[in-house]
Design a protein around this ligand. Structure first.
Ligand code: DLL
Length: 433
């Protein structure tokens, strides 16, 4: 039984979705106006009151909320219900400044887990499945979100958390895990370790993976699908909006359906803040419609993305977001050229390398430098300098044609770049120091 495929919601008509969104938006605006002084102040500054918001068509009148606002309001400035009504806190993995904390009522947790259950169901999970959750547990939302979703679907849930890679593989084999949830970089590492342990994909029963929390390319998807012998599905979310499950991929694997009964998505021009038409690339902005404790209106995610309202072959009608290209804040500007790490990854994987690379940016004599360290795969490992030089040259050419930039490429020995059990850190920008 597919309890969490909800066709009456997931395949609803556009008119129906807009009607739900409008009704919930009006209610949510009133809720924050009444309960969160900082929202009231922001709205007053724009000269609006809840009476000006009649539906989705008025969304653009509302002020944006930024990460800086969340930091300023740390810890409880955005709380919209009595703290006694909250049952959980999670926090972002931010490495700079104050962390953002997000709080949840029991109903907020339930709705979040429903979203994760939808994602698992769309990837084929049922109560017959064994779901190995290898996202980190704790303040990070990955473990808790997929864990809750897996319970709702009725899967036998293995709360592994990340790390202890050989034990992950042992349990995968012995307990017959069929679904794996973790970051794509950890999935790639699990695949690599499996191979080293002499296991082939048909010796483990995995059939699907639900990978997200960081940007990953189509090329990396193909690689993971091959090494683990599974279908790899993307899942998107952020702590500020609950966690994983804001959007998820269906069997078409062509964009992630945004749970539009809970969130309104917009794409804006990051420079001007103006909404952009569907199909244009810009910054993704979300309004949460159903969260009670920590509702966000027009939250600027800084994720760079494109929306697609075209028909999906799976039948779902909720708008799809493309794989985020990266974040406005991890776009590198190198000698004036905009570079997303994902573009570099595409070049490398297309040339047969894995996703183990490091991008080092520096400034020497007032000029930006771009160094890319790339691991050779064990199959291509050699100490023949001529062969290495030829390979490096090929990558330099690939990067030049993708980015229009000259890079210095260094091939390094297999396993010399440190592996990640959570979100991978691939960029070192020494210019900031
Ligand atoms: O990463 C929530 C999550 C957990 C999503 C598990 C999916 C799976 P944060 O730590 O707050 O929350 O980080 C949110 O991660 O703004 C994006 O930049 C990035 N991100 C999340 N999912 C994807 C994805 C979790 N599928 C930030 N593709 C977001 C690309 C992603 N980037």
């Amino acid at each position: 039984m597919e309890r969490y495929y909800q066709p009456e919601i997931e395949t609803a008509s556009r008119e129906q979705i807009t009607a739900w969104q409008s009704e919930r938006l009006v209610r949510q605006v009133r809720h924050v106006w009444d309960n969160v002084p900082c929202y009231r102040k922001k709205m007053e500054e724009k000269g609006i009151t809840p009476d000006d918001i009649h539906g989705v068509e008025d969304l653009h009148k509302l002020p944006f909320v930024t990460k800086a606002d969340l930091r300023d309001q740390y810890p409880y400035g955005l709380l919209a219900v009595p703290l006694n009504d909250c049952v959980r806190i999670h926090s972002t993995s931010g490495t700079t400044g104050k962390r953002v904390v997000a709080y949840y009522t029991q109903e907020d947790v339930d709705l979040w887990e429903d979203c994760c259950a939808r994602a698992l169901t769309a990837a084929g999970a049922t109560e017959e499945d064994v779901c190995q959750v290898a996202y980190g547990y704790g303040l990070f939302t990955g473990g808790a979100g997929l864990h809750g979703g897996s319970h709702k679907v009725g899967c036998l849930t293995l709360p592994m958390s990340s790390g202890n890679t050989e034990r992950q593989i042992m349990f995968m084999r012995d307990l017959k895990s069929t679904i794996l949830c973790c970051t794509p970089s950890y999935a790639a590492y699990l695949g690599e370790t499996m191979k080293e342990m002499g296991l082939t994909p048909d010796e483990i029963p995995l059939k699907a993976g639900i990978f997200g929390a960081e940007a990953w390319s189509e090329e990396m998807r193909r690689d993971i699908e091959k090494t683990l012998g599974i279908k790899a599905y993307d899942i998107y979310g952020l702590t500020e909006l609950s966690g994983p499950g804001v959007a998820f991929e269906c069997s078409a694997q062509n964009g992630m359906h945004i749970n539009e009964d809970h969130f309104i998505a917009e794409i804006i021009d990051p420079e001007t803040g103006e909404p952009l038409p569907d199909g244009e690339q810009g910054e993704l902005v979300f309004t949460s419609l159903t969260k009670k404790a920590f509702p966000l209106l027009r939250y600027r995610t800084r994720d760079v993305c494109v929306l697609n309202r075209g028909k999906c072959s799976c039948g779902r009608t909720h708008v799809r977001m493309a794989k985020p290209r990266g974040r406005t804040d991890d776009m590198l500007i190198i000698r004036g050229v905009n570079v997303f790490p994902s573009q570099i990854e595409t070049v490398l994987i297309n040339l047969g390398y894995g996703a183990n690379y490091q991008i080092i940016v520096d400034r020497v004599n007032h000029t930006d430098t771009l160094d890319v360290h790339v691991e050779m795969t064990p199959e291509m490992f050699t100490d023949n300098m001529g062969e290495i030089a030829a390979r490096q040259k090929k990558i330099v050419e690939g990067l030049r044609s993708m980015l229009g930039l000259a890079a210095k490429v260094t091939l390094v020995a297999p396993k010399s770049i440190v592996r990640s059990e959570g979100k991978a850190v691939r960029v070192i920008d020494n210019r900031k120091i």
